[in-house]
Design a protein around this ligand. Structure first.
Ligand code: FDA
Length: 305
């Protein structure tokens, strides 16, 4: 119930502009957002790298509805890639296609994303295309397939809550382009297209992960904080004697820092998603939706004497 409320609120533009201007809310967002500027986020990445943790940086933004905004997003990412190169930190980047104008023009979006992937290749890094709500799934996969015709330094995200994902995973494996971040899925989807029960989503995630791990041409980035699923992934990898560096775990900045460090210390590849920027509202609301108890935690911290 609360999950639905937060996910509904995450899409309300009027609330977005109101909340973004409230100082206290900005302060609260820092629980999950590394800062408002690329430089602040880079400092967080530097500290992660020192603790043997990799990163993927995300300049927050989504659902843009003009070409100018989409071009600005591209410029922001080119600037970020320059910074990554100059600073010498180890980081990938993650981006959302609706931030690059997917809803304005598919052609524009492909042009802009291609220039970011191209620049990332020059810098020697990698671009992960996030997956958004189901109205964008097919178009996001289409853009990914097109990018893979020319570039290898790009991967996609698939969501275990969607029924279609099992087919998407198989097809990408068959096409030889299965570089997949697998997550549960963070949007509100109807039961006609997504498992309504958490237990089914979890079971599907484990099944998909095992399928990807058993395929030597696929690369799995297992994006979860769920200890049971992490344990199942580790057990599978151990049972089939898979080297620790043939897949990776991913988690979000600000969530389960202890577990992030533990996996890195055990020699697993651990990558943290580091979001930053002023457009944090929908991202922040999705984090609250995942765990409504965060609201009380944040409020109590804000009002601590
Ligand atoms: P689950 O929700 O079952 O949580 C397991 C445990 O993790 C909880 O008991 C709690 O301890 C902790 N936890 C989880 N969420 C928390 C929160 N918000 N605050 C505090 N603790 C929390 N989704 C998507 O649709 N498209 C995408 O592109 C991405 N990208 C992405 C990248 C990375 C690196 C990660 C880790 C996740 C995503 N997601 C995503 C989000 C994902 O779909 C999912 O909503 C969250 O990861 C929460 O699900 P868990 O797998 O952690 O399990």
């Amino acid at each position: 119930m609360l999950r639905s409320v937060f996910l509904y609120l995450s899409r309300q533009r009027w609330l977005r502009s109101m909340i973004l201007n409230i100082g206290l809310a900005r302060q609260a967002s820092r629980r999950f957002v590394a800062g408002e500027t690329a430089e602040e986020a880079l400092e967080v990445v530097r500290q992660l790298n020192q603790r043997n943790i990799l990163a993927t940086m995300d300049h927050l933004g989504e659902d843009v509805n003009s070409e100018a905004e989409a071009r600005r997003a591209r410029d922001d990412y080119l600037y970020l890639l320059d910074l990554i190169q100059k600073s010498g930190v180890t980081s990938h980047v993650s981006l959302k296609l609706t931030q690059f104008g997917l809803d304005v023009s598919g052609e524009l979006c492909r042009e802009l994303v291609a220039s970011v992937i191209e620049k990332a290749a020059q810098v020697g890094t990698f671009v992960r295309i996030d997956m958004e709500g189901s109205p964008h799934t097919a178009r996001t996969l289409a853009v990914y397939r097109e990018m893979r015709k020319k570039y290898t330094n790009v991967g996609i995200v698939l969501q275990a809550y969607l029924y279609r994902t099992v087919d998407d995973v198989r097809q990408l494996v068959d096409e030889g382009i299965a570089n997949i971040r697998l997550c549960k899925g963070a949007y509100k989807e109807p039961a006609t297209i997504a498992f309504p029960k958490k237990a089914d989503v979890d079971a599907n995630m484990v099944k998909l992960a095992q399928y990807l791990l058993s395929n030597s041409y696929a690369y799995l980035a297992m994006a979860t904080h769920d200890e049971k699923i992490i344990q199942a992934t580790r057990q599978w990898a151990t049972r089939y004697r898979l080297p620790k560096d043939c897949f990776e775990f991913q988690m979000l900045y600000g969530i389960r820092r202890d577990l992030q460090q533990q996996l890195a210390d055990e020699g697993y590849r651990m990558r943290v998603y580091v979001p930053y920027g002023t457009e944090w509202y929908p991202y922040f609301m999705r984090r609250l939706a995942e765990r409504p108890a965060n609201v009380w935690f944040i409020l109590s911290n804000l009002f601590k004497p």
